[in-house]
Structure formats: C-alpha cells, structure tokens
Design a protein around this ligand. Structure first.
Ligand code: AQP
Length: 332
C-alpha cells in the first residue's frame, strides 16, 4: 500500500472545524487504502511560547480527538513527534541544507512575525519548515494530506528532498500534497476571506469542536454573510455564504449545487439554522467520544507508545541512511 503521513500541532485545547475538514477527516478516510502515519507535532508546538503542563494535556487531547475523528490505531500508526528522536536529528540536517533567505521567505514565518516583528520570534519558528521536511521525508511517503495553507511548506520539503538526493545520493521519495479541493480551506465565520485558524481567528469566527455545541450553533447562526439575500456559491463576491455552503456540504455529503437548489428562494437564516443543526448532530457524538477517551489516559499513552515503536523502526532506518550519506562515521 502507498504510504501517507501527516501531523497536527497540539497548540489548542480543541481542534477547529478547519483542522477536521481540511485534515483529520481525510486521514480517517485514507487509512484502509494507505499505509498511514499520523503524528502530534509537539516539537513544533514549542516554536511559540507555551505552558508545559498545558502542552502535555493538549497532546493527550489531540490524540483523543484523532481517535474520535475515526483514526484507528489498529489501522494507522499514531504517535507523538517527541517520541521519535530521528525527527529532530534529521531536522538538523535539513536546516543545514536550507538557505537563510529561503527560510525567511516562508509565508507562515512572515505572517506569524508580522505583528510582533522578527526579533522576538524564536529561531524554531524560522526553522519550523525544515523540521516539517524531516518529519515527512523520514517516512518516504507518497502523499501528505494537508490543508491548502501547508502547500508552500510541502514544496520546500520536496525541494530539500531533491537537494539532498542530488547533493549526496538518492535517499528520499518526493511526496505529493493530497489536498481535497472541496475542503482545502475553511474560512473564519466572521472574516470569511481569512482561513479559520486557532491563532488569528476571532473567538466567534472559529468553531472549536470541544466547545459546548450550543455555542458553536450560535456562531454559525451569527456568521457574517452579505447584504444580498440570494443563496449561491460565489467565493469572490459571497465568501461568507460560500463558506457556509462548503461546510454544510462537507458535513452532510450533499453537493453544493443540490444545497443551492434546496435553499432557492429562502433567506440566509434558513441556511444558517439548518447548518447549525447539522453541526450539532455531528459534533455532539464527536465531543462525547473525545471526553470518554480522555477518562483513560493510560490507554491513550499505550496507543502512543505502540505507535512510536512502529514509527521509530522506520525513521531510524532512514536516519541511518541520511547520516551515512552526509559523511558521519557510523558508531561501532
Ligand atoms: N482553515 C483551514 N482549512 C482547512 N485546513 C486547515 N488546516 C488548518 N486550518 C485549516 C489544516 O489542519 C492541519 C493541522 O494543522 P496544524 O495543527 O498545523 O494547525 P495549523 O495549520 O497551525 O492550524 P491553524 O489553526 O491555522 O493554526 P495557526 O493559527 O497556529 O497557524 C493541517 O493539515 C492544516 O493544513
């Protein structure tokens, strides 16, 4: 089976709807067809200031939410990035392959330092995409299922893989992004031209899956639309309505066209009210399952340990190739 690998950062208490529709839902759908590796990117999580106790809690919460989203530890390998030392080790090699200017040009680095300035950002934030390249290349996956926001980082991963292959010896497979058009980018409910994002969305613009479902329903009902009344899919002129249609379609499986037909002649209130109900029906069992899993932290830790064992076996082999090819003397 072809291999896939992807990660999610434990940087919030709850996944948001963009993470779920853009990433983790795809992961669950792919696990039968692909040899699947999914990890919680705790090393990436410390590139910004964090609280240690909270980080530990958020790692378990992320694991529980992955399981609740349908990622099955029997069919997929689920692990914590910090349990596989080869990520940091190969990350160093990737940093040494990257130009300083090349790193500074990454959009995410520019966006995340736009407000506070570069000087107070950590060097880890700058080298984040090199660690991400290592995360991926170590497993030689064919596809990396991510949201549209990660496309540029994946391009860098391919560049670095190619650079290593041509500078030393062919070692890495160059992975393809796996981005589903329909859910590539879920937008902020209050600012529907910006992506839904845990660090930049306003609290009312982001649907956090572990929030009280009533709160999420209210956010849908007060989503920003436009001053017209017609329900149609037009991302440029009607980004708010289009985002709601996209979310509705993703959660129900109904096509956007059929939804447009269904709501012809009805107001935005009807669309929002129905979508709020659809969301509550889906998120309530997701949330219940997550909290149930969190009541058994030892079982979660065991799943992560078993995953790390499988991941280490593969990552260590690739790391040995990397070290050999850059010219390190092998330990006796
Ligand atoms: N709005 C989104 N639409 C579709 N996919 C999205 N992803 C994130 N936001 C959207 C995808 O979720 C996966 C995990 O992302 P992450 O843990 O790396 O989180 P992130 O990209 O850092 O998420 P945020 O909310 O955007 O965080 P900040 O604000 O810190 O940057 C990835 O596959 C991502 O594409």
């Amino acid at each position: 089976r072809p291999r896939v690998l992807s990660g999610i950062q434990p940087t919030s208490d709850s996944m948001h709807l963009g993470n779920y529709l853009g990433a983790t839902r795809q992961w669950a759908a792919m696990q039968d067809e692909f040899d699947s590796f999914f990890f919680i990117a705790d090393l990436h999580a410390i590139t910004v200031p964090h609280d240690p106790k909270q980080l530990r809690e958020r790692c378990r919460r992320s694991a529980a939410q992955l399981l609740a989203a349908g990622v099955d530890p029997e069919r997929s390998t689920i692990f914590l990035q910090s349990h596989v030392p080869a990520h940091a080790q190969a990350g160093w090699v990737m940093q040494c392959l990257t130009g300083f200017g090349e790193a500074r040009r990454m959009t995410q680095f520019k966006d995340k330092t736009a407000k506070q300035g570069e000087n107070t950002a950590s060097v880890g934030l700058l080298t984040y995409p090199m660690l991400m390249a290592a995360d991926i290349l170590l497993y030689r996956p064919q596809y990396v299922p991510v949201g549209e926001d990660q496309r540029q980082h994946l391009e860098l991963t391919r560049d670095l893989g190619q650079r290593f292959n041509s500078r030393y010896k062919k070692t890495f497979r160059l992975p393809e992004p796996y981005i589903l058009k329909e859910t590539a980018k879920i937008f902020d409910l209050q600012e529907p031209t910006a992506k839904m994002s845990k660090s930049s969305s306003s609290p009312t613009g982001i649907i956090e899956l572990l929030d009280d479902p009533k709160v999420s329903a209210k956010k849908i009902r007060s989503a920003v639309t436009d001053s017209e009344t017609e329900i149609r899919f037009d991302e440029e002129n009607k980004p708010g309505v289009s985002n709601l249609l996209r979310i509705y379609s993703a959660l129900t499986g109904d096509s956007v066209d059929s939804l447009v037909d269904k709501y012809a002649g009805q107001g935005y209130g009807a669309l929002k009210g129905d979508l709020a109900d659809v969301l509550v029906d889906w998120v309530t069992p997701f949330r219940d399952r997550t909290f149930e899993l969190l009541e058994h932290p030892t079982e979660l830790d065991q799943i992560l340990r078993a995953g790390a064992e499988r991941a280490n076996a593969i990552a260590d082999r690739t790391l040995a190739d990397i070290y050999d090819r850059v010219g390190f003397v092998p330990p006796l």
